[in-house]
Design a protein around this ligand. Structure first.
Ligand SMILES: NC(=O)c1ccc[n+]([C@@H]2O[C@H](COP(=O)([O-])OP(=O)(O)OC[C@H]3O[C@@H](n4cnc5c(N)ncnc54)[C@H](OP(=O)(O)O)[C@@H]3O)[C@@H](O)[C@H]2O)c1
Length: 258
């Protein structure tokens, strides 16, 4: 982490209301689960730069001072052991929860506890704490169909898919971002963002920057977006996705389509 330096249904009306209130521009209270991870740290940097109040979950006090030095408050807890009530206690008062924790595959019990049940706990905690918006960093669940993947990796993709289903059925204001293969290459600031993208690769820096923009875009709601490296500036890609989402939502909510 860097050191200091006309016809519309109720849902679309609510989004527009939030947008007009300035949710897209004003600072927010954001809680990051997985803040010590590579995307989590980069995301915290972007959000702090935007003036957001950032908090997060860590598994030990090891990073507490480092985060405190940049104004990020951390809470210690292991997602595997925490109950939804434990989690609700630390996320209370935040505007949005970002879930970017992950086992990255491996032992199945850990995959279940973090990638699947961790998201389910987060959804329950959000309901308990009255946090309306939850963002999930997921994967392309249909990725690499042409490859023979190890069974544990297939299991991991299936757990991620289950988590997506849980969040999308939660009744919350959610969005899911599916980045392609993550790299630690330098950010390019150029992406491909849409409902379906090719599974290539993308830097964690570009994922974090995209996420920071999406979090401030209330028109991105109840939507799954795929993310790959591309040739559109991040801000423009997010604006386009938001404008398309608004048009789509308005069309779906139109009584003429009923
Ligand atoms: N690898 C890929 O190509 C790829 C592609 C698409 C999406 N993704 C997903 O992208 C997300 C972020 O990736 P990343 O590279 O930033 O991952 P990362 O660097 O491995 O970070 C994972 C984060 O999860 C936290 N975590 C793990 N187990 C936990 C537990 N029991 N309790 C609380 N926190 C726990 C870690 O905390 P500690 O610091 O304590 O370990 C860390 O903050 C993951 O969900 C991953 O599945 C990965």
């Amino acid at each position: 982490m860097r050191q200091q330096s006309g016809r519309e249904g109720p849902w679309i009306s609510n989004i527009k209301f939030q947008y007009n209130l300035g949710m897209g521009r004003h600072s927010m209270d954001i809680f990051v689960i997985g803040i010590t991870g590579r995307i989590g740290r980069l995301l915290a940097d972007h959000l702090k730069d935007r003036g957001d109040n950032v908090k997060g979950l860590t598994r030990s006090t090891r990073d507490e001072a480092e985060f405190a030095a940049v104004g990020v408050k951390t809470y210690v807890g292991d997602l595997g052991a925490m109950t939804p009530h434990d989690l609700a206690a630390v996320v209370t008062g935040t505007d949005v929860i970002v879930f970017t924790a992950g086992s990255n595959g491996g032992e199945r019990g850990v995959t279940e506890a973090i990638d699947r049940d961790g998201v389910a706990k987060t959804v329950e905690a959000a309901h308990l704490a009255g946090v309306r918006r939850v963002a999930l960093v997921s994967v392309f669940p249909e990725a690499w169909r042409e490859r023979e993947l190890p069974a544990d990796e297939e299991y991991y993709f299936a757990a991620k898919k289950e988590a997506e289903v849980t969040l999308s059925h939660s009744g919350l204001d959610w969005f899911i971002l599916r980045p392609s293969l993550l790299t630690d290459d330098a950010s390019t600031g150029l992406i491909a963002l849409g409902l379906a993208e090719v599974h290539g690769q993308i830097s964690r820096g570009d994922v974090a920057a995209t996420l920071a923009h999406l979090l401030h875009e209330p028109r991105i709601s109840r939507q799954i977006l795929e993310l790959n490296e591309g040739d559109i500036r991040i801000e423009a890609a997010v604006s386009c996705a938001a404008a398309e989402a608004e048009t789509e939502t308005a069309a779906k909510c139109s009584p003429d389509r009923a």
